[in-house]
Design a protein around this ligand. Structure first.
Ligand code: SF4
Length: 412
């Protein structure tokens, strides 16, 4: 099967819309993040919202924790490039104010807005305004009654029950524009809670590992939870909760969805070999340089940086374009075929130039241009491949010599 044809089946859900962004019901999975400014700081918050949108966020959440924050939302919402969700804890009045301010969605925590009449008042207002609500259950702030009921332990069952209880209140007032999250910082707990929730309801689900923490472990924890569920078809919108610049959250969410083929690629997908004894350049430095050079360019291509011409072009033949290091020169290749040779210090500039041409003028134009240099490029690649093999042998990492040494040491 062609690798591009492998897809994950998606769980069928109802669809809601947050502003003009559909969530669930087969819509593209969306990326969310949250501002860390004071929402009352309108200009600062908008600046961050724009940065998040540019980094790939489809929806942004802002805290609505004080009356000034609700006033800030009233000024932010009309100027925001993406739908805005108000994050509500403890105070149901903030939810009513946020609705009045015109937000496109609310997030309520059933663990800390507990009075049924308050929950129903918010749901009724949201119903009248056609604004969706996320039921945001959080393992760390579970409703105390449920915590006690399940033996003072946070269990997947308790988290799911909390969400279903909240749906019950919403249903009483005829409100069903719902999405749900059951986040926990414990990854296996979070995964199991979402699995049970997916069996229990057909509302769209918002995935996240809460308090995933600083990088790089935060990336790993969040990805472990979110990616596992996405591969099972569960999840309609995602958020990386990192202790880091929220722009990195949006970028991570976007990168995960693109790597899963769940969203169209917007930027370069840079692949690079891990380097080894055969490398002819500092692969890490060149890959970093390429990452920086492509960072602001919206080129939806896979681009490769490979440390040697012996294995590089072949191993990266799925990439639209790539460069492999040779004897102080770079071998440019398109779909694994060598097309040009350039000095080592021009490798990254050449990659950017050709990638831009492929994106703007098409692959056929690039291949036409390659005709002028292709024969020379093939010859040069063959020479450098030969030289590398002669100098470094078939076993560039000298593994066999090491094994031999280990054996001798054991026998002596
Ligand atoms: S063999 Fe070449 S392409 Fe593969 S890891 Fe080593 S340097 Fe990179």
């Amino acid at each position: 099967m062609d690798a591009g044809a492998v897809t994950f089946p998606r769980r069928k859900t109802r669809q809601i819309t947050v502003g003009d962004v559909p969530v669930g019901g087969g819509a593209p999975i969306t990326v969310q993040s949250m501002t860390i400014t004071k929402t009352a700081d309108v200009e600062g918050t908008l600046q961050q919202i724009y940065a998040l949108a540019a980094a790939g966020a489809d929806i942004v959440r802002c805290t609505c924790n004080e009356p000034e924050a609700a006033e800030g939302l009233a000024r932010i919402v009309p100027r925001s490039p993406v739908p805005i969700i108000a994050d509500i804890h403890h105070q149901y009045r903030r939810a009513l104010e946020a609705l009045e301010a015109g937000v496109h969605g609310l997030r309520l925590n059933p663990g800390n807005i507990r009075k049924p009449e308050h929950i129903k008042a918010v749901a009724a207002e949201a119903r009248d305004r056609n604004v969706p609500i996320r039921i945001g259950v959080n393992g760390g702030s579970l409703h105390p009654d449920l915590y006690a009921k399940y033996g003072n332990v946070v269990t997947p069952e308790a988290m799911v029950e909390s969400a279903l209880d909240e749906i019950g209140y919403f249903t009483e007032v005829g409100f069903d524009l719902i999405k749900i999250s059951v986040k926990a910082s414990n990854v296996p707990l979070m995964i199991e809670a979402y699995r049970q929730l997916a069996d229990a309801t057909d509302h769209p689900l918002h995935l996240g590992v809460t308090e995933a923490g600083p990088l790089p472990n935060g990336y790993i924890k969040a990805t472990a939870g979110i990616a596992t569920l996405l591969a099972e078809g569960i999840g309609d919108t995602i958020r990386y909760s990192l202790t880091a610049d929220p722009v990195l959250e949006a970028k991570a969410g976007r990168a995960l969805l693109e790597s899963y083929g769940l969203r169209e690629r917007k930027n370069v997908d840079l692949i690079a070999c891990p380097s080894c004894g055969r490398a002819e350049i500092d692969v890490y430095a060149v890959a970093d340089e390429a990452q920086e050079a492509f960072a602001e360019k919206q080129l939806p291509l896979q681009v490769a940086v490979m440390g040697c011409v012996v294995n590089g072009p072949g191993e990266a033949r799925d990439a639209e374009i790539g460069i492999a290091a040779g004897n102080k020169r770079g071998h440019l290749f398109i779909k694994g075929e060598n097309v040009a040779v350039v000095p080592e210090d021009e490798m990254v500039d050449t990659l950017v130039e050709w990638a831009t041409m492929i994106h703007e003028e098409g692959m056929d134009v690039a291949l036409e241009r390659a005709k002028a240099t292709r024969d020379e490029a093939r010859k040069a690649a063959a020479e450098d491949r030969e030289r590398n093999l002669n100098e470094r042998g078939d076993d560039a990492n000298a593994s066999e010599q090491t094994v031999e040494l280990l054996r001798r040491a054991r026998e002596s």
